[in-house]
Ligand binder design. Structure first.
Ligand SMILES: Nc1ncnc2c1ncn2[C@@H]1O[C@H](COP(=O)(O)OP(=O)(O)OP(=O)(O)O)[C@@H](O)[C@H]1O
Ligand SMILES: [Mg+2]
Length: 342
């Protein structure tokens, strides 16, 4: 993998459209490279943009462009299955559990991936896709374009690779404690009747296994964080209005420690020719031009791409190609998109 382009910003400003247009443009400019577009929005719409059913599996869109709209549940399930199983085994080794089917049942039905927070699941998927040995082992992608959710959820995707071990651990320990409490309560009642054997050696071995798995998870998290640091490039999208401008200022601060911000898209500017014949449009355009100036000033050390509002929704290959030309122009080189210079 050479480059991970992350597109973020407020809701509805054009993140998905710009992600799709960028991925398509790069795939056309670089026919020898493999490009993957990933949607991290729960309300996936990459399929709608390419007019092609994509879904939960890596799906070919054209010659050298693939897409995926992951269901994070499925990947979290895979990712944690082993760990959860070992944790469950460990709990079942506790005295009394084997004697009380309700507790065993409680462990099986409660300690599942359903109870893992969605943000963590998404982050697990993000890790999985970036971990080249894993999901993408059949196809080695050179360039990944990630359509991120609005800012708050975007941060958790970056944060969690660092903190996910702590989260999984905390989640497991909380559960472990509730099992212990249940056992203590029940064991008071039964301790005179049954005297369970305590296989402490087996418990110790299982405990060591779990610890090893957690350490591996931690290493993996560190590796991914480093990868995002090294080859990640964040681009924030804003329209020329106050709320989305404020949002990208916040997003810059919040993402600073995880990924380099390299570009700003100012999207959906009112075209000049509309403004000529319509007073409302003229007003709107002059307000937008003011905000646009402010955005350029605020982000003067970053690449700025401006794009006008197209008269037709940018959908399908032609629509997306049009949007890409609107953003990047038709003479752009792939390098300038991949490694923008101010
Ligand atoms: N430059 C443009 N010209 C015309 N229409 C555009 C442009 N950019 C985006 N759109 C349209 O604006 C709408 C919102 O765009 P999009 O879905 O890409 O935004 P988003 O930021 O991904 O939204 P969400 O936060 O809901 O995921 C869509 O209908 C899209 O087709
Ligand atoms: Mg979107």
């Amino acid at each position: 993998m050479e480059r991970i382009i992350v597109i973020g910003g407020k809701g509805g400003v054009g993140k998905s459209s710009i992600s799709a247009a960028t991925a398509l443009k790069l795939s056309e400019l670089l026919p020898d490279k493999k490009v993957l577009i990933i949607s991290f929005d729960m309300a996936h719409n990459i399929s709608d943009l390419f007019l092609k059913e994509i879904g939960n599996k890596i799906t070919r869109i054209n010659n050298n462009l693939w897409g995926i709209e992951p269901d994070p549940n499925i990947y979290a399930e895979e990712y944690t299955r082993n760990l959860l199983r070992k944790m469950k085994d460990l709990m079942k080794q506790m005295p009394f559990v084997g004697f009380i089917p309700q507790i065993e049942n409680f462990i099986d039905t409660t300690f599942t991936t359903d109870s893992i927070p969605l943000a963590l699941k998404n982050a697990m998927f993000f890790q999985k896709i970036l971990d080249a040995e894993d999901l993408t082992k059949d196809i080695q992608f050179d360039i990944v374009v990630a359509d991120f959710p609005p800012t708050a959820n975007m941060i958790t995707l970056f944060e969690i690779p660092e903190d996910q071990v702590k989260i999984v651990l905390k989640y497991s320990l909380n559960f472990f404690n509730s099992v212990k409490k249940a056992i203590r309560r029940i064991s008071k009642v039964f301790s005179n009747i049954i005297n369970p054997p305590s296989d402490s050696k087996k418990r110790r071995e299982l405990g060591e296994d779990v610890l090893k798995m957690i350490q591996e998870l931690e290493k993996r998290g560190e590796k991914i964080t480093q990868l995002i640091h090294d080859i990640g490039s964040l681009r924030l999208v804003s329209i020329a209005e106050k709320p989305s401008f404020e949002e990208i200022k916040r997003a810059r601060k919040l993402t600073n420690k995880y990924i380099d911000l390299e570009g700003i898209h100012i999207n959906m500017l009112t075209p000049e020719n509309y403004a000529e014949n319509c007073e409302f449009c003229e007003n709107l355009r002059s307000i937008q031009l003011n905000y646009s100036k402010e955005i350029k000033e605020e982000f003067k050390n970053f690449k700025i791409w401006s794009s006008e509002k197209l008269s037709k929704e940018p959908i399908g290959y032609d629509g997306l190609a049009k949007l890409a030309n609107e953003i990047y122009g038709n003479k752009i080189k792939a390098e300038e998109i991949l490694y923008p210079k101010v």
